[in-house]
Design a protein around this ligand. Structure first.
Ligand SMILES: Nc1ncnc2c1ncn2[C@@H]1O[C@H](COP(=O)(O)OP(=O)(O)O)[C@@H](O)[C@H]1O
Ligand code: SF4
Ligand SMILES: [Mg+2]
Length: 319
């Protein structure tokens, strides 16, 4: 499999509060990973771990503090507006909330025609219509039910499918999908996750799938990186990582998935915010404050990656 997107040593520091009294928060710390052609790569972790920040930097909405991003071997984090716009032909985004993706006062089809026009993809209206119909068909929406309508005339699930269709119009090689199903009705969620799977299988598209939901990640397969406080703590094949987690944090995350049995629901659910600041500032392992296996070295040094059965794990237990 060949490499499409390469993220190397990506770091993003935000300054929160006033310039003098504020604190620095390293939202992403030295994150490195590759997304290969025709592969799903999942970035998973709880809310606030830095997933969206990674997506924003890849899409050029934020500048990295340090690190580099390459697309097909070319550095893209330094691109200026005009080049960046050209890149959107190849890398497209799907966002969490389709109702904020589209302006409520604008007909949804106008976005499709505009995008085709901007990229000079079709010669005339009838060709545009053909491309739009074909693309809608991929997501299971017919042109007639789509045309001449405002966003609120669709259900959330339909509108998310439409937003996926829009992202496919330019025939991109990579989709960056940030929590694309978290606002979709639970009953429709799997059908949309399924659709992502089909895009990979049928069209060889690559997907950077960002989620806090390990179930959908498991379903999509491919590779996964588990993030915590801006750090990737474990990375490898999704199946391997989720069925045989190595890092104590990954294990806790998997245990905290709601169980079908209501009496077992939310066992050892992870609490956020109160600990967040302390953990972000920790100079050794970010998880040391909550890890049942913590050792002296964990508080003093940052664990590097250790390779265990093909999975990379940042934990001194595997030294
Ligand atoms: N523009 C910003 N300014 C300051 N802090 C931010 C900004 N954006 C995100 N953060 C902080 O960075 C951390 C990571 O946020 P984010 O990337 O949105 O996480 P996730 O997508 O995993 O929920 C959070 O603690 C968040 O509060
Ligand atoms: S490095 Fe130490 S504190 Fe961190 S997860 Fe491993 S054992 Fe726990
Ligand atoms: Mg997010």
């Amino acid at each position: 499999m060949s490499e499409l997107l390469n993220v190397s040593n990506l770091t993003k520091v935000y300054r929160i509060g006033s310039l003098i009294g504020g604190i620095k928060l390293t939202a992403v710390e030295n994150a490195s990973f590759d997304v290969n052609k025709g592969e799903v790569f999942t970035l998973a972790g709880e809310s606030g771990c830095g997933k969206t920040t990674v997506a924003k930097i890849i899409l050029g909405f934020e500048e990295p503090t340090s690190g580099e991003i390459h697309y097909l071997g070319n550095r893209i984090d330094v691109l200026k507006d005009k080049e960046r716009k050209k890149l959107f032909k190849h890398i497209q985004a799907v966002f969490q909330n389709p109702f904020t993706t589209f302006n409520p006062l604008r007909k949804v089809d106008s976005y499709f025609y505009e995008l085709l026009r901007n990229f000079g993809i079709a010669q005339d209206l009838s060709e545009m219509k053909r491309i739009i119909s074909e693309t809608l068909e991929v997501v299971g929406i017919s042109y007639n039910e789509f045309v001449d309508k405002y966003p609120n005339e669709f259900s959330g699930g339909q509108l998310q499918r439409i937003s996926i269709a829009r992202s496919l119009l330019t025939r991109p090689e990579l989709l960056v999908a940030d929590e694309p199903v978290s606002m979709v009705d639970a009953s429709l969620r799997m059908s949309i996750v399924n659709l992502f799977g089909e895009l990979v299988e049928k069209f060889g598209i690559s997907i950077l799938y960002i989620t806090h939901d390990l179930m959908t990640a498991y379903y999509l397969g491919g590779k996964i990186a588990i993030m915590f406080r801006g750090n990737i703590l474990e990375m490898g094949s999704t199946k391997q990582v989720l069925t045989e987690p190595k890092h104590p944090y990954t294990k806790l995350l998997i245990e905290s998935i709601p169980q079908p049995n209501p009496r077992k629901a939310w066992n050892s659910r992870i609490k956020l915010s109160d600990l967040e600041e302390v953990e972000y500032k920790a100079s050794g392992c970010k998880f040391a404050g909550r890890c049942p296996f913590v050792m002296d070295i964990c508080k003093k040094e940052k664990p590097p990656y250790f390779e265990v059965e093909g999975t990379l794990v940042k934990c001194f237990l595997y030294k």
